[in-house]
Structures are given as structure tokens and as C-alpha cells.
Design a protein around this ligand. Structure first.
Ligand code: FE2
Ligand code: FE2
Length: 354
């Protein structure tokens, strides 16, 4: 097995022969070039591990030769051959990327050890180069995998989001259908929830509420009387005055509606409004007796619109509805008591659009 491939570039024939004997004896494959040009040409054709370059070659600047070699093989190990009387060349050579130097005329032991060290350095450099190359390759493949993964995660997330939105949509449609069925159960309140929804959104839009809050309010309006599903039919359609017990049963619809919706966590804000839609600004409402700003703004708006629609529609206990004018007067009277005065102010501004 060859211990390493070496090229010697020196015009000194005696020196070359001596070096060749020393190195060939140690198992190295040695090529001789007598000048710089021949050395550069040979280096272009063959691969060498080590270059012994005499710093006193005459036909070419040795620094140019070093640069040419490094250009072709960045990991080649160059050893400068320096005449004993020209030591100032050592520093210049080392600064140009030369690995080591040996003095001329060659001493066998020095050449042997210098070459051995140079071969170890060469292997180290080649191994390093190989490791960097495979790391780079691995990095590129990891980057590709990352991009693929990110793409797949993006797709899955989009699919999941779509699925979730569809599910939400289906839930909402089902519940709204249920609420409409409850509305329709009693012809007196037919389209009551729809009216309350429309009126409330006119007020919410006039108050410049953001889209999310407006949606929350309209959803709550559509569902607000959902809890009436648990109120007996005979109470809902009773023409006369309700007994206190019957009234207590009606009052439960706010909490019952919220209970039905409770498992749907994404409806948190809607549930709050449904629960509070019979609270009064002065704290005399139900089910909790909340006061003023303790009541969600959506529920404060709905207090006005729910009453407005109830008064302007026929009811079992009042077959002739109040006129628009009379209803507005009633709501004005309730400002600051049953209703939030701010909401009443906006109501008065937009009621013509109802
Ligand atoms: Fe209600
Ligand atoms: Fe209602």
C-alpha cells in the first residue's frame, strides 16, 4: 500500500534524488518536477497528498505556485524546502498557507518525521472536508424535510380548521333551527327572535361595536328564548294573568337556555347574554339581579329590543299590540330603571329603521 503521493519541485537534481530515496524507502510514491511550470502542470493532472516545494525555484514565483496548488486542492499539504542560509523565506512561506518547512540539504530523519506529520495533517483535512460535506448534505436534506413537514402541518391545520368551522356551523344551524321551532310553537311569538335579532344589530352597529361582538349579540338574540322549550305549553299560550308559580316557571327559561348551550364552549359570550337577557339595569331583573355594567352590553341591548318586539306584537294576554309611539314612550319611561339609558338613547335614534 502506498503511504502517500508526494511531488517534489526543485531544480536541484542531487537534492531531488536524495529526497526520492529517503521517501521511496518509506513507501511513498514520489514524483519529481525540475521547475515550477512542470510542477504546476503535473499537479493539474495527478492528485498529490504532499508537495515539497523549493522556495528558490527560478522559473516561477513560489508564492504563485502555492496559490495555484491551493486553488486546485484546498487540502493539499505543502512543505517548503529552504536553503539553510535563507531562513527569512520561512516566515513568508508559512504566511502563504505552507504547512511546514524542511531545510536543504535534506536530513533523512527530519524528512521522515516532517512527511509523517504532513500525512497525518492531510488525512485530518480530508476527513474534515468529508465531514463538512456530509453535514452540508444532511442539512440540505433536513431543510427539505422541514419544508415538507411545515407544508403538511399547514395543510392538516387548514383541514382541521375547516372541519372545526364546519362543525361549529352545523351546531349553530341545528340550535337556531331548534330556537325557530320554539318561536313557531306559539304563533304569538312567531318571528319574535328574528325581529329581536334585527333590531339589536341595528343598535349594535350604531354603537360601532366590532364584528365579533355584533355576531355574538345576533347569535344570542336568535337563541335567547331557547329555554322556553322547558316551559309548559299551557303557560306560554295562557290568555289571562300568570299565577306566581307559573311566572316562576317562565323566569327559568333564561337559565335553561344557557344550560342547553353550555356544552358548546365556543359560545361562551353568547351563553352569557342568553343568561342575562332578563336582567334589569336597576338590578330588579332575573335570574341574578345584576346591575348596570355588570350586565353584558349585549343583554342590555336585548332588554330594549326584546321588550319593544313584545309590546308591538300580539300576545296571549294582550291581543291588540301597542302602537309604535306608545311603545317608544314606555321604553323612554324605563330608561335608567329597566333599561340602560345609553342604549335607550341609541334606540331612539334608530327606531325609525325598525
Ligand atoms: Fe326571554
Ligand atoms: Fe324574548
Amino acid at each position: 500500500m502506498i503511504a502517500g503521493r508526494i511531488i517534489i519541485i526543485d531544480s536541484d537534481e542531487r537534492n531531488n534524488n536524495l529526497m526520492k530515496i529517503i521517501l521511496a524507502n518509506r513507501g511513498y510514491d514520489v514524483t519529481i518536477s525540475f521547475n515550477g511550470k512542470q510542477g504546476v502542470d503535473t499537479f493539474g493532472i495527478n492528485k498529490f497528498d504532499i508537495v515539497y516545494l523549493a522556495m528558490n525555484v527560478r522559473d516561477m514565483d513560489p508564492l504563485y505556485i502555492i496559490r495555484e496548488f491551493k486553488k486546485r486542492d484546498l487540502d493539499v499539504v505543502i512543505i517548503a524546502l529552504i536553503p539553510v542560509d535563507n531562513v527569512h523565506l520561512i516566515q513568508e512561506a508559512l504566511s502563504q498557507g505552507v504547512y511546514d518547512y524542511a531545510t536543504k540539504p535534506p536530513k533523512p530523519e527530519e524528512i521522515y518525521f516532517t512527511t509523517k506529520r504532513a500525512i497525518i495533517q492531510r488525512r485530518y483535512l480530508l476527513n474534515n472536508r468529508f465531514a463538512i460535506k456530509s453535514l452540508d448534505e444532511r442539512n440540505i436534506s433536513l431543510q427539505k424535510q422541514n419544508i415538507m413537514l411545515a407544508k403538511r402541518i399547514g395543510e392538516s391545520t387548514r383541514n382541521l380548521t375547516q372541519l372545526y368551522d364546519d362543525l361549529r356551523e352545523t351546531y349553530m344551524r341545528t340550535i337556531k333551527a331548534l330556537a325557530q321551532a320554539i318561536d313557531a310553537r306559539d304563533h304569538y311569538t312567531h318571528s319574535h327572535s328574528e325581529n329581536v335579532t334585527r333590531y339589536s344589530d341595528i343598535i349594535a352597529s350604531e354603537m360601532n361595536l366590532d364584528t365579533q361582538k355584533r355576531e355574538e349579540i345576533t347569535d344570542a338574540c336568535q337563541l335567547h328564548d331557547l329555554g322556553k322549550i322547558g316551559v309548559h305549553d299551557y303557560i306560554l299560550v295562557k290568555p289571562g294573568k300568570l299565577t306566581p308559580e307559573e311566572f316562576e316557571e317562565v323566569k327559568l327559561h333564561a337559565l335553561k337556555g344557557a344550560q342547553i348551550l353550555e356544552p358548546l364552549a365556543f359560545l361562551e359570550g353568547v351563553i352569557r347574554i342568553v343568561k342575562q337577557h332578563h336582567e334589569r339595569y336597576d338590578g330588579k331583573g332575573y335570574p341574578f339581579g345584576l346591575k348596570g355594567e355588570q350586565i353584558d352590553l349585549g343583554a342590555r341591548i336585548m332588554a330594549v329590543t326584546d321588550t319593544y318586539d313584545a309590546m308591538t306584537s300580539a300576545r296571549p294576554y294582550r291581543t291588540t299590540p301597542l302602537s309604535k309611539k306608545e311603545t317608544i314612550e314606555e321604553i323612554k319611561k324605563g330608561s335608567g330603571a329597566q333599561f340602560d339609558p345609553e342604549v335607550v338613547k341609541v334606540f331612539l335614534k334608530v327606531v325609525d329603521r325598525f
